[in-house]
Design a protein around this ligand. Sequence first.
Ligand code: ZN
Length: 296
Amino acid sequence: MKVTVLGSGSPKASSERCSSGYLLEIGSEKILMECGPGTVRRLVEAGHVPTEIDKVFLSHLHFDHWLDLIHFALCRWDTSGPDAKPLKVWGPPGIQEIVDKAFGADGLLKLDLTARTTHEQSVAIYHGRGGTGARPWPTFEVNEIEETTVVQGKNWRVSFAEVPHHQPYLISYGMRWEIGDKVFAYSSDITWSPEDSTPPPGLAKVAKDADLLVQYVNVFGGGLSGVAQPKNENGLLSMISRCARDANVKTMVTTHQSPHLNKEGVRERIIQEICNIFPGQLIWGRDHLCLDLNDE
Ligand SMILES: [Zn+2]
């Protein structure tokens, strides 16, 4: 299995880091995990095209984790012929409403989709790809995730565990992918409290014995303007490091990094904070980082 980081950034617009997006390649299958702004661009830069992907998994509904779903679904549909399969989307409660409001008959995209399925030029392109008759609108199979949800594919399964992040307004799921004898874990976003330094059970559950953990590290400072203050023993970095150590994680990749984390000095402090506690391999995440779980 290969994991390509398509977006290692945050909601902040950045030329270096797109918002959350990851491509998983399992055998010949390609799956998107998260679809934040910039995902489609990075996907194409990495040599892939939307029509190769039928499955998207979303951890939570902050816009920096899903807004490119609309872009992705439109690009995938617009370049498809009559054999286009429905796009399968798994996300927290609320994802069905988003898809309906974007792609429904009276939805946000009504004018565009009406034109692309009615104008003679668009219809001719569709017929040129082998389509006959009226061109259908994009179709979806949407599944709202519960904690008991398990999705299985050829030689893989993914399970979910809720992690603390902006409840009760949103539900956020960490993900645990089991591929053969390998485990790939994803933290989703984590909201931490200095008063409660205990690792969230959901994070510990998805990370257990993971060969690779992609971990949210977006620490915010509380006194220095715009500068991270990672030296907080009860803070996020300590918590995630203890969690990964106790879960026996082999390799941690940092992600969800706002521009202030990349300043010289701040980046090194964060790495030091994590490595003081976590004994495994640490990789500073970046867009286009590609890791193969079969490489030791
Ligand atoms: Zn979030």
